[in-house]
Design a protein around this ligand. Structure first.
Ligand SMILES: [Zn+2]
Length: 120
């Protein structure tokens, strides 16, 4: 699986307004952008201001449907891909190297409380 550091690096290096702007016509409003929600079945889909993107904080949200999150979440929801595919696509775009880690937890010997009863 992809390391948490990679996900953070991709988030930090990605211009969310540019990513979403490829699919949604965004209009600047103050420090944010507004546009029509691109998600199917959204109550605000016809509203030019229903969908908000905040580049400073790196997230989007919609007033008409539950969709919200980072640029990674947007790619996952919009392109219907997995987290890994979304991170790889955005990492390639931002020039971030993807680091993977084994998909399991810490080794068994580190499990909390294993030796707690035998110590003084
Ligand atoms: Zn929506």
């Amino acid at each position: 699986m992809i390391s948490a550091d990679t996900i953070e690096a991709v988030r930090a290096a990605t211009d969310i307004a540019a990513v979403i702007g490829e699919h949604v016509r965004l209009t600047p409003r103050g420090r944010s952008y507004v546009g029509r929600c691109p998600f199917n079945g959204c109550e605000e889909a016809g509203e030019v201001t229903g969908f908000h993107v905040n580049p400073e904080r790196g997230f989007y949200h919609c007033f008409g449907c539950p969709e919200a999150g980072s640029a990674i979440d947007f790619v996952m929801q919009h392109d219907r891909v997995t987290l890994g595919e979304a991170v790889h696509a955005l990492a390639a775009r931002a020039g971030v190297t993807v680091v993977t880690v084994p998909p399991y937890g810490p080794p068994a010997w580190r499990k909390f409380g294993r030796h707690s009863g035998s110590r003084p």
